[in-house]
Design a binder for this molecule. Structure first.
Ligand code: ADP
Ligand code: MG
Length: 226
């Protein structure tokens, strides 16, 4: 029943979200269609508009990416070595951030820590948080990713030294479509919150303007021999 409840909560949320997402996707689609029609009619020079078309398509791709882990119909919970999950994400992102000279300083734990989770969803959360850190950082800044544990929980920390979050925005963070970025979707944290909730965990934020931000994900530890 608990699982059913979570499924139905999720469906309700997806319904709520769809309206917003459809709206967000319709804008770039309308503009792509419009430009294609003008091109077809020969009214405009094709090559001048390729960049616009590309950026509108990027926009749709971005929205799809932000919703990716979430859109899966059914989560699959397995015992996961959390350090391995983070390894994969850091590897992936390191390959992507060549533009900014940012170093992801990932300190794997000394002993294995397991959680019961959906691997692709948890990867999605880590990608969302680390990407936000990258986007908030200047060139050559460092992003630290490390774990802390107590008897019952693992705390995954993502710490950046970037622009920070103004006090007045803190309570808006994680609302759908709240973004301060020109090309933001405001979906990343909302999706991350939902995923972590589904994993019986929590996300906490500490942030100071111009100093940086730390996101802490708290998840129950899965005891392998229990
Ligand atoms: P998006 O990244 O598309 O804007 P998110 O849901 O990922 O959407 O983040 C929402 C907002 O939260 C961002 O626009 C930004 O204002 C703020 N934010 C999130 N993470 C950070 C961070 N590490 N440093 C500063 N601001 C952040
Ligand atoms: Mg984001």
């Amino acid at each position: 029943t608990e699982k059913l409840l979570r499924q139905s909560e999720k469906l309700a949320l997806i319904g709520e979200l769809s309206a917003g997402v459809v709206h967000e996707i319709k804008n770039p689609l309308t503009s792509i269609k419009g430009f294609l029609q003008l091109m077809q009619a020969g009214t405009i020079e094709t090559k001048d508009y390729i960049a616009i078309l590309n950026s509108e398509i990027d926009r749709i791709e971005q929205i799809a990416n932000d919703l990716l882990g979430f859109a899966k119909p059914k989560e699959e919970m397995h015992p996961l070595d959390i350090a391995k999950v983070i390894d994969e994400v850091v590897f992936l992102l390191n390959a992507q951030i060549k533009k900014k000279d940012i170093i992801i300083d990932w300190q794997p734990p000394i002993s294995d820590v397991y959680v019961l989770g959906d691997k692709s969803q948890l990867k999605q959360v880590m990608i969302n948080l680390i990407k936000n850190g990258i986007e908030a950082s200047d060139n050559a800044d460092r992003i630290e990713v490390f774990l802390q544990t107590n008897e019952a929980y693992v705390f995954i920390k993502v710490k950046d030294y970037g622009c920070g979050i103004p006090q007045e925005y803190l309570n808006k963070i994680g609302e759908s479509f709240f973004t301060t970025k020109k090309k933001g979707t405001g979906l990343g944290l909302m999706v991350s919150h939902k995923i972590i909730n589904n994993h019986k965990g929590k996300i906490a934020i500490e942030s100071e303007e111009n100093k940086g931000t730390t996101f802490t994900i708290q998840l129950p530890i899965y005891k392998l021999d229990s």
